[in-house]
Design a protein around this ligand. Structure first.
Ligand SMILES: [Zn+2]
Length: 359
């Protein structure tokens, strides 16, 4: 680090930029009673309602807020089952317009049958039309040469054929698979179906209910895990590289570090902030270019995990990516933040209206 009030660019190793428009959404009519009902009643209805306008402004808002909190790269996991083709281009365009790095993927799944209805997935069933479209979008985007990953929702919503296809595609393009693993009880045992495919370049997201080792970087999302009451992942138990993600809650990785520390302490009084600090900066191994990004903070001890673990009101004043200032004295340089918020609000209202109509 060049001086104590700067850090390299932070990396959000697992995001869902499409969730930016969920804020302020009316509460679901049926209160969720477990993690699967959160998915079914909130997220799987929301992603089914997305169109290109919503995807663009959701990504733009998430990207803008990421820069404001010192995050210079987002590894995104996207799903929009009724608007798949071109969706990764839209996310890339929004992030580029804001000035942030993005490594997108399309989260392939077989949970929608060929009539567009939710279904329970058997491992032995044939691959669905929706999964094929997801792979087609992935392949099309990877062929452009832009950084990206092969996305899979989770083993429990995928057939064996889909998991195998994801593995083959990632091998062909020499990129990893970005997949939720054992986040909640419904995906317990996922590792037994994935171990034969997983490689060091995979992103194993959550791993809360993981029992056996699996190759890849484990992405820890403590805020999301608390929000969904799925339990504490105890990432320190694994030898894997650990990185931090927000799982779509926001893009503030310094907050995620602080919570990763508190969650670690709640589980073990000897948990050191240095450990969670290491997880935060492991993100730079996933997107090495961020090591040259410079984030300037309003605080002089940004090289000390023991300071940051207990310091509130940290603010980012400037961000430079590829030697270009994308945030200067607290203002975005490429876009007007007020305009981004206004446009996102319009799309948010459209999305909430579409969700109300679907009930
Ligand atoms: Zn996620």
């Amino acid at each position: 680090m060049t001086s104590a009030n700067t850090t390299p660019g932070l990396v959000c190793a697992h995001h869902h930029l499409y969730s930016s428009l969920a804020r302020g959404m009316p509460a679901p009519k049926i209160a969720p009673h477990n993690f699967l009902s959160v998915l079914e009643n909130i997220w799987w209805k929301l992603d089914a309602a997305l169109d290109h306008y919503m995807i663009y402004w959701s990504a733009a808002l998430g990207a803008a807020e990421a820069l404001l909190s010192g995050t210079t790269a987002i590894i995104d996991h996207h799903e929009s089952p009724n608007c798949i083709e071109g969706s990764l281009d839209v996310i890339h365009a929004a992030c580029t317009d804001i000035g942030i790095r993005v490594i997108p993927c399309y989260g392939v799944t077989d949970r929608w049958n060929d009539d567009g209805r939710l279904q329970e997935v058997k491992a032995s069933s044939p691959i669905t039309r929706g999964a094929r479209l997801g792979f087609a979008e992935t392949e099309r985007y990877l062929a452009t040469g832009k950084p990206a990953m092969v996305g899979v929702h989770a083993a429990f919503t995928c057939t064996d054929e889909t998991l195998e296809t994801a593995s083959q595609l990632s091998e062909r393009f020499q990129t990893g698979v970005h997949i939720h693993v054992a986040e909640g009880p419904d995906d317990r045992g996922a590792e037994s179906r994935l171990q034969k495919y997983a490689k060091d370049n995979w992103l194993i997201v959550h791993g809360v209910h993981l029992r056996e080792p699996i190759a890849g970087t484990i992405v820890h999302n403590p805020r999301s895990n608390m929000n969904n009451a799925v339990g504490y992942a105890r990432p320190a138990q694994w030898k894997n590289r650990i990185a931090l993600g927000s799982d779509g809650i926001d893009s503030n990785m310094m907050s995620e570090f602080q919570l990763a520390f508190v969650a670690g302490r709640a589980n073990d009084i000897s948990f050191s902030p240095d450990l969670a600090w290491g997880w935060l900066f492991n993100g730079s191994q996933l997107v090495p270019e961020t090591q040259n990004d410079v984030v300037t903070w309003n605080y002089p001890h940004m090289d000390s995990s023991w300071h940051i673990a207990y310091t509130t009101s940290l603010h980012v004043t400037d961000v430079s990516i590829n030697n270009e200032y994308v945030l200067s004295e607290g203002s975005l340089t490429k876009v007007d933040l007020g305009e981004v918020r206004r446009k996102a609000e319009e799309q948010s209202q459209r999305l909430h209206h579409a969700l109300a109509m679907s009930e």
